[in-house]
Design a protein around this ligand. Structure first.
Ligand code: ARG
Length: 464
């Protein structure tokens, strides 16, 4: 068992099984970088407030930046015997500067550290996720324009409905993900990173010392991380007690996951032999140990399946927070695994989905064959009659009867002579029916929307 930050008032050693049960280092080591940020700001504030002298501050700072470099260069190996990342970093500082390290934790609490660290995590990963959404939006745009002259059946109730352009199909997913981008962007813009809550009641370090320390710290950051909204605490109780920023973040990721899952489902069914519209890239599929012909869409299935985990993570944190008395409670330690899990799932999915989309091929023959289905054009026939002055209800019923008649008699409406068409309505004839029952006509008769590729929003940075 490593050293603890709190042993003084205890006579007995902590129970081994309990210590193992309560420690969080095995996952909260992912906050190492941000925990060092907290310490860097704190050391400056301690110096500003005259609690440590310039030499002490310099020594502590040099120890902290040394540890930071290890984290940055991915050389940092957490000490799994430590209680948590805060303790682990404290121990490392002590190894470098000896007793002086005991001044590092002056007048601060892990309750303040942990919320600061997690806010930074959401902020940094959030920026990265924005850049990944952008890559996927670009991939969707290219997918749409690669097959820019294509039409395909559009579906409602998983039944063939009307013809749509391929660009509007990919564009629908584009719009969903664009809203996810905007939601995440808005979350990042309104997020504040606070410092100085103490355990709950605030800190005896003056606000001005913290403000100065924050200013110096942000000035040393890369421009994209100069978080203009970092402040000293507004309400220290709220700061240590609240995790709605995590719930917001996990909600945004859940919505994004829902969209990815729907996309996965569409691609799965379109790549079945039954549809046969898409040919999935082999690199993202696996075979069967028994059936030699199989090419299974495992990546897409796992995306769909991960939805249970991502929604579960959101519900886990919501439930953990429900009914907690003010302020910090140890229950809140359990917010980390759900937060990290959803973040990592979403990042992997966005990356791989963009790669997969770049490599999907379209089976033109199967789509053209599907577009031969005359039922896809019955709505266009109704609309044609309406524009000819026929009341909609009458036109709907006329075309319903015509469609049913063609089905029953196994006839093609497009091949029916004028005489037969006139029997259903005098405005119908072979020439106009042929013109209307055509993918291009069907798509271009719609005037209410543009089916062009969209502009991908700017990402604040290409972090990571
Ligand atoms: N590991 C804790 C957490 O994640 C850090 C804060 C601990 N604070 C405390 N008073 N025990 O929530």
């Amino acid at each position: 068992m490593s050293k603890k930050l709190w042993g003084g008032r205890f006579k007995k050693e902590v129970d081994k099984a309990f210590f193992k049960f309560q420690k969080s280092i095995q996952y909260d080591y992912k906050l190492a970088e941000y925990d060092i940020y907290h310490s860097i700001i704190h050391v400056t504030a301690l110096k500003e407030a005259g609690i440590i002298n310039a030499d002490e501050a310099r020594k502590l700072m040099s120890a902290l930046t040394g540890i930071f470099r290890e984290v940055r260069d991915e050389k940092f190996k957490p000490n799994l015997a430590a209680e948590d990342i805060h303790t682990d970093i404290q121990d490392r500082v002590e190894k470098k500067v000896g007793k002086l390290a005991l001044k590092l934790h002056s007048l601060r609490s892990r309750n303040d550290q942990v919320v600061f660290d997690e806010k930074w995590y959401c902020y940094k990963e959030g920026i990265y996720i924005l850049s990944l959404i952008n890559v996927l939006l670009n991939a969707l745009n290219h997918f749409g324009t690669r097959y820019g002259s294509f039409y395909m059946p559009g579906y409602t109730h998983t039944q063939r409905a009307q013809v749509v352009s391929f660009v509007s199909y990919t564009g629908a997913f584009f719009c969903m993900l664009e809203r996810d981008f905007e939601r995440l962007d808005a979350f990042l813009k309104r997020s504040f990173i606070y410092i100085g809550s103490g355990a709950l009641a605030g800190s005896s370090i003056p606000k001005a010392a913290y403000s100065e320390a924050i200013k110096k710290f942000l000035g040393s950051m890369k421009p994209e991380f100069r978080h203009s909204r970092s402040e000293t605490v507004k309400n220290s109780l709220d700061n240590v007690a609240s995790r709605d920023f995590i719930i917001d973040f996990l909600s945004i990721l859940s919505m994004l996951q829902m969209h990815l899952s729907r996309m996965a489902e569409d691609f799965i069914i379109f790549s079945t032999k039954e549809y046969g519209f898409f040919d999935l890239p082999e690199e993202f599929c696996t075979g069967s140990s028994l059936m030699p012909h199989k090419k299974n869409p495992d990546f897409l299935e796992l995306v769909r399946g991960n939805t249970g985990r991502v929604y579960g993570n959101l519900v886990a944190v919501l439930t953990t927070m429900k009914g907690l008395p003010l302020t910090y409670n140890r229950d809140m330690q359990l917010d980390k695994e759900p937060l990290f899990s959803s973040t990592e799932i979403i990042e992997d999915e966005l990356k791989i989905m963009a790669e997969l989309i770049q490599k999907i091929n379209i089976n033109e023959d199967r789509i053209l064959q599907a577009l031969e289905d005359e039922e896809l054009y019955s709505t266009e026939l109704v609309e044609f009659l309406v524009h000819e002055g026929v009341p909609f209800g009458e036109a709907h019923s006329v075309i319903g009867k015509l469609t049913r008649y063609a089905q029953d008699k196994k006839l093609k409406i497009k091949s029916m002579p004028d005489k037969k068409l006139h029997f259903f309505h005098k405005k119908l004839n072979h020439k106009n029916v042929k013109k209307i029952m055509n993918p291009e006509y069907a798509v271009f008769s719609k005037k209410s929307l543009s089916a062009h590729a969209r502009t991908v929003p700017n990402t604040p940075s290409k972090a990571k």
